[in-house]
Design a protein around this ligand. Structure first.
Ligand code: PGA
Ligand code: ZN
Length: 429
């Protein structure tokens, strides 16, 4: 007999920035109980699904989630009680209908996602199946290569670097555990180098350093130095990935590289700048190199660079199948950053992943800058099989929790664990 949902409730908890977020609990009639917590972004895309906040300035500066809790307890719970937790798609569609808004603005994407994830977790527990196996369905599971954000600029740091995230990707490692070790050792080497040069080594929201370097180029150079100091060969063992988060320095139709003093550029000049970086640095992936509404610029970038590197759309696609479909038709990029809370349900996120796979596009499963100790993301990344995860640097427990869960999964899979370079031609997307 299939299990039934007996109770759903939520509570206000805190995320890694000390801002309120939501934890939803699902109890089944077979005695199983599970919870899940919603992350939260800072450099959010304009077209993301709505994160419901109270707006009451007297509580948490307006960021409270009491209304969201209420929506789970009073609107979603009564509708879902009695349903089969294995019917994930039916449950998610019902919540979408209950909300009735294209941007999930009535109930809130945070409300729907925390319930959606808790339902999936309860279902997997009820079947005594690991969450990653349950979520995978018939997809081929794969351990992801981490894209580790170890150095920050842009809106995330008070320095002379325009670009938001400089990441290392240990593509040459034979296993996930080894990839993580390569990345962590590079992070520690970078800390040593920065300290020696007299820079601060405090970390930002995702665990990356934010030293006061002089330019965007210096950021790449110091990371290359760290890769070598850690005993690895840049490009072969550990490559670079970049997320400029270009919407944050796009103003009045121009890209303003104010922090580094490189002046104003149009999309074509930005694309030439990235092209010149490809000649100098072992860059394999470029995310949001242009602004979220610059579809034409993205298309030109993909034409210019897309056969050599991965062009990832984050804010431009916001994990929304409608935007991804347009992107595939117009060849706007060749990969998508997948964030569950940008769209608001597990079902729609999986739909976005499947669209990418069908088009042969890259899939990068990503955290948000505000996270919790929930490790759903790790299982989700393995289940989707895209072979790439973005879950921060090599410190801060909310990031490390995901890495530790991935270590557990790889150990559990033993000889069946698949780990491969997702950038290699012929690698399964
Ligand atoms: P966010 O940023 O989670 O603050 O939106 C991360 C990113 O741009 O990838
Ligand atoms: Zn991004």
């Amino acid at each position: 007999m299939s299990p039934k949902i007996k109770r759903i409730h939520a509570m206000e908890i805190l995320d890694s920035r000390g801002n309120p977020t939501l934890r939803a609990f699902v109890t089944l009639d077979d005695g199983i109980s599970a919870s899940a917590s919603c992350p939260s972004g800072a450099s959010t895309g304009e077209h993301e699904a709505v994160e419901l906040r109270d707006g009451d300035k007297k509580r948490y500066g307006g960021k409270g989630t009491l209304q969201a809790v209420h929506n789970v307890n009073k609107t979603i719970a009564p509708a879902l009680i009695g349903m089969n937790p294995l019917a994930q798609e039916q449950i998610d569609r019902l919540m979408i209908d209950l909300d009735g808004q294209p941007n999930k603005g009535r109930l809130g994407a945070n409300v729907m996602l925390s319930v959606s994830m808790a339902v999936a977790r309860a279902a997997s527990l009820s079947l005594s199946t690991p969450l990653y196996t349950y979520l995978a369905g018939s997809r081929k599971i794969r351990l992801p290569v981490p894209m580790m954000n170890i150095l920050n600029g842009g809106k995330h740091a008070n320095n002379s670097i325009d670009f938001q995230e400089f990441m290392v990707m240990p593509l040459g490692a034979p296993t996930f555990a080894e990839a993580l070790r390569y990345g962590v050792e590079t992070f520690h080497a970078l800390k040593g180098i920065l300290s020696k040069k007299g820079h601060v080594t405090g970390v930002g929201d995702e665990g990356g350093f934010a030293p006061n370097l002089k330019s965007n180029e210096e950021a790449c150079e110091v990371i290359l130095e760290a890769i070598e100091k850690a005993g690895y060969q840049p490009g072969r063992d550990v490559a670079l990935a970049l997320d400029p988060a270009a919407s944050s320095f796009y103003e009045g139709g121009r890209y303003r590289l104010v922090k580094s003093g490189q002046g104003e550029k149009d999309a074509a000049a930005m694309n030439r700048l990235y092209d010149s970086w490809l000649q100098k640095y072992p860059l394999v992936s470029l995310e949001d190199g242009l602004a979220e509404n610059d579809w034409e610029g993205f298309q030109a970038q993909t034409r210019l660079l897309g056969t050599r590197i991965q062009i990832v759309g984050d804010d431009i696609f916001v994990t929304n199948s409608r935007f991804i479909k347009r992107g595939i038709e117009e060849k706007t990029a060749n990969a998508v950053l997948i964030k569950l809370n940008q769209i608001g349900t597990v079902t729609e996120t999986i739909e976005a992943v499947d669209l990418c796979r069908k088009a042969g596009w890259g899939i990068v499963i990503s955290h948000r800058s505000g996270e919790t100790e929930d490790t759903f993301l790790a299982d989700f990344a393995v289940a989707m099989g895209g072979g790439q995860i973005k879950t921060g640097s090599a410190c801060r427990s909310e990031r490390i929790a995901k890495y530790n869960r991935l270590l557990e999964i790889e150990a559990e899979l033993g000889a069946d664990a698949c780990f491969e370079n997702p950038m290699k031609k012929g690698s399964t997307k």
